[in-house]
Design a protein. Sequence first.
Lengths: 1046, 481
Amino acid sequence: MRKPIFQICLLAGFSSSALAESSAVDFARDIRPILSDKCFFCHGPDEEHREAGLRLDLKEDAFADNDGIRAFVSGDLDASESWYRIITDDDNDVMPPSKVKKPLTDQEKDLIKRWIESGAEWTDHWSFVNPEKPELPEADSKKHPIDQFIAERLKQEKIKPSPEADRRTLIRRITFDLTGLPPTPEDVRAFIEDTSPNAYEKVVDRLLASPHFGERMALMWLDAARYGDTSVMHADGPRDMWPWRDWVVNAYNNNQPYDQFSIEQLAGDLLPDPTNDQLVASGFNRNHPSSDEGGAIAEELRVSYVADRVKTTSNVWLGLSMECVQCHDHKYDPVSQKEYYQFYAYFNNTTDPGMQTRRGNQMPFVEILTTPEQDKIDAAGKKRDNAIAKVRKIEASEAKKSEAPGEKEPAGALQKRLQNLVHYFPFDDVRSRVLVDAAGGKHLLGPKASKSISDGKFNQGTQVGERFYESGDITEFNEKSQLTFASWVRIADTNASGAAFARMDVQQGHRGYDLWIQQGKPGIHLVNKWPGNAIKVISEVALTPGQWQHVAVTYNGSRKAAGVKIYIDGKAVPATVEADKLTGTIKPTVPFRVGGRSRGAAAKAHLDEVQIYNRVLTQAEIAWTQMDLIKEANETLAAKRHAKQKRILRNHFLSRVEPWSVAKTDELHARLEINNLLSGKTTSMVMKDNAPDEMRVTYVLDRGAYDAPREDEAISPGTPAALPPLPDDAPPNRLGLARWIFSDNNPLTPRVAANQLWQLMFGNGIVRTPADFGAQGAYPTHLELLDWLAVDFRESGWDIKRMIKQLAMSETYRQSSNFRTGDVERDPDNFHLARSSRHRLQAEMIRDNALALSGLLVDELGGPGVKPYQPPGLWKEVGLSGKPVFVQDKGDKLYRRSLYTYWKRSAPHPAMVIFDAPNRETCVIQRPSTNTPLQALAAMNDVQMIEASRHLAERILKEGGSTDHARASWAFELATARSPETSEIDALIEVYQHSLTTYDSAPEKSQLLVSAGESGRDETLKPSEHAAWTVVASLILNLDEVLTRN
Amino acid sequence: MNHLINYQQLESRRNFLGRSCSLVGGAALSSLLGSRALTANDASRHLLPHFAPKAKRVIYLFMAGGPSHIDMFDYKPKMRDLHGTELPDSIRNGQRITGMTSGQSSFPCVAPMFNFEKVGERGTWMNTDLLPHTAGIADKISIIRSMNTEAINHDPAITYINTGTQQFGHPSMGSWLAYGLGSLSEDLPAYVTMISVGKKPGQALYARLWGSGFLPSRYQGVQFRSGNDPVLYLNDPAGLDRGTRRKMLDGLASLNQQRFDKVRDPEIESRISQYEMAFRMQSSVPDLMDTSKEPERTFELYGEQAREKGSFASNCVLARRMAERGVRFIQLFHRGWDQHGNLPKDLAHNCQSVDQPAAALVKDLEQRGMLEDTMVIFGGEFGRTIYGQGKLTEDNHGRDHHGRCFTTWVTGGGFQSGLDYGETDDYAYNIIEDPVHINDFNATVLHNLGIDHERFSVKHQGLDSRLTGVENRRVIKDLLA
């Protein structure tokens, strides 16, 4: 257990150490933390729960004279009421009250006593004061500024810094810190042999330029951004946010300045003319958990998403813990509940809904086209254009032939109705795969002609169910649209159930509409999300099996079931309302389909003469829809034909021209392919604000409850008053907030950022509560150093690589990490940095290290998450109805860097979790680092590690020389970057020889061990030797030194 | 063992409890797994246990999905008269309803379609069709009919009862205990979970339910499983025998020791002992999981299903074996209690899986003299509505989620036995007497373990975070023996 989790422990550990005893009491370091922890709960910023009107977080109040009583009086213990309250035996008077169960320790009492006696000097909370670049302790020294600050403290503590680490340790340390990977033997050799004075700097520069630098930095950022490949709540279904993850890697690699990097993630969508990349970046605040739970209340969820964004944004950039302020004023820091909701208001106007989806991304998102996807679309586009050219040519020469003279006068009512006929599928002459939409020209693509043609009411009809016809771009109806569906239907039997035609996404809550047949009874669905948000009306009268009957359904756009009427053979029939609550869109993204909603959901029935109108037809008009419109058009006098009749005849005629059918099939096929490619295209969720006239008004939520807004006061976006004001011209949106975070007078941002980078390089932050810079957070171990770094970072234009290089170049970083005599007693937690830190590699690096050393690593960048080996059943054990099913990837995807391992947040990869990776449901700025037997089991037995061991063994046999000694030495040096001692080689050889004896006598065991995993092996290697070296390789991968960044 | 002792000395010398923080020893025999029970800044505030504990361990039989309290435990004869009548507004009283039934135009009450009898000396109502064995231990268990939660959907509700808050990122109850009390075992984790599935898996579970939240991950529940690897990665790879493993570990220890001699980082010694512990677990866990040597009467007691690996019954036998070996917190999740439809059949199926083994576990612990220091808890994340969901027929219906009241039974480890606590109205919809909020309940469980839930806190993001949340919660004294 190396890293501090219990911050207050460290706080006490640090502030009450020799430092505090040896030097004067420092209010900020020693006293404020006590007041905060023990007093602010009742005497702090929270107005509602403040006792006796006394406030101890502000100087004026703490020293104020209240009817002759003063909490603190400089230099005068007896006059300080607080002191009496602290030391009294009177249970009525003692503070903190015994019922609070937070007594002061003797040490704390002593500090307070000494502070009052020494004059009770008061300073504002350190992190709320804008940092200034402090004077360097050794102004004339050539020493690195960082080392000057560290040395100053060490001098006070009378500790000597450690010597510089040897080059082998150093190159392994810096390579892991900057790329998350081990150095290659060539890297090590080059560094050792480089005699130039800037040899180390060259290494640092090389690593900063490596594409793996971005991957390493992303490891940290993904924890902070609570990134995952699934949606967390309820079904924990998949989502695609990896384009955002790749954006992060690229941004680090391109050394995008930290302010730009952040502004694009907080408000990329609000930048002027944002690029697609900037939109993708704004997905930072879409990484939060979301729910698809059927019973959930959307607004409750939406509010929780906004609260998550407030929490994450304030943790990551400001080091403020704001979440408690959702319900009440902050107990410790100067953030009132109203101020919380001002901050909240920035995030409260996004368009994403509370209910999210079980499958894939929820709106708003942007589409991402990968190069291979774009290539396929381009190819299909060419096919489409060629086919269209052919179709046009044929139409130009053939279309005129459709004109027949006719003899009848047209009927006026028919003309009026034709106006609103948007689609008409006569199902005649289906000779190719084209199903002609004679009225709308939105021809559908169907199965092979012979399969679904049947005898129809007029000429031919189609059989529902066997196959279906689809089109990508047919007219959409919405929840307020008027419509009439009409069709001849012949059901096969009374059990016939399913859709006659539909545009409905069964995967997305059945959004859409259909003409439905249920146990032989016709009806309609109009669905936003089934079943809670939908209209469903079904006829009480059933159709007769084996008979052609005419069905019509009208809907008047009223969003009420009462607006639906059903007709059979022209007569209105009584109907049952099964659902009657519809708000919001019914537009799905799937194509219109005749013959079912999706494969397998079709009624056993035949259809003919499907007509779709964008108006409610009257009962009289519905009688007309029963006729054969083609026949009618043909018989009408040519000169008096309605334009739509002409179009019907023309399309009907063309459908009989074979070359037209062939060319049209090609065209539709290409169109559908493009549609499928586009709808299967990767998307990435982004932020988007409501339009100015649809802005949501923010209110304080009483005790944070979504359904308890205090509507007497509308809250405008704003920032806490204890921090610098917003610039006058700041827009009242996230962009304004993001720019404020990076304004020159924001005291928190540069310190918090510098601390995060320090933590990355040194294992612990200068502030050891990296997400809490408030009164309850840890006091910095080196405040002046932190301020110097913060200002330096800001002044550099937030140059991340420059900052990392600053840290890497310091002698402090380059020290040996070995413990010296007395270190354990003197400074076990390394507060003073008299040695470098030494810590276990983080989960991803343990796996990546094994893959790299074995030669298995596939180090390509980016792309969707991959699913390497994991023990069976893990998803099923927890998944909703046992779903989704884990399907392990094959080939290269088994050996990608762990950054790309698919992150299912209800069941993250166990080898990651065992090594302390968080589940990424919430923002984590610092992982704990534990040391457990489960880690030993994973590192020894995970098939990924065993497979790596046997490949490392192959390398040993091929590259390690010819003697056991040479091989053991080579392998050890590969993994540790240093040459082993003789005793170390001996220990390895002993294990090797023991194993060899075992495997020589048990060939079947050798075969099993050297077959671990799915990759092949070099069959020329002797299995027993290979197996024995595999044991040694596994031992090496389990060495403390190999698992550790030294 | 030498490593163990060294490790403890080292760790008490250094590390983040270091000087100002104090190692919790107390009742816990610290071991290597989840045993570094640590305190926050002030040793006196956090020295655990705060007072003499009644219980040493907990077995929590968690019925995931929302078991119907109405159809199992909270029956009123008057429900028969209410059957088919509309739920009065005066009862519903503005209660928010989940999105699954909020579209329903009517809310007809549905009486249980089972036989109920008064059982035990006190004559407490129980479904004797489905719970004959539980009825048989009625005098040993206390039935709390007034459990309540604000959550009405699975994910938030199951997170709430297991971690004390609906927000993510907080430790589960078992993790709190592993952290606070440590393990009683030297070669098993302090906190173990097992999962079994009813007729269908139904609602999801989440690693966070046994996760350690903001506590170090060593305190998270270790999932024991019925397959070949009862603990993930427990088995040596195929082709690597125990002798070779021992040799490899000896070599590893020797090299790590050489390294320690040079670097002097106590963490290295700790690593050496973790590997030794792993080696021991490789025998102790299979030994624990091997129930083949259990006498025949075990299977008579727990039922034939106990022979089926992965069944709830089998997990109950394992839970007793773990309790014997010193696992501190054992949580069995049984999935599939979300009866929105087809309730009569599916509930019967679930009860058939859990009734006998749960009752057997209580009897078994009692016979072994372990019940007095082992709490056994049986319950889910919420109950179900009196009104039906979906189509009501003569023999079929469903029920929606209901958080306003539900039933949990408890026994052993400081709980009274044979008590009925809390009362609901005729609709089993509202509590009319003695409400027990889920965090009151959690506070009471902690109390039995000698922990004052208000003082048991960890600083997280500036707040003293507790299992029982920020609201005022109370120990239900009436439940205590």
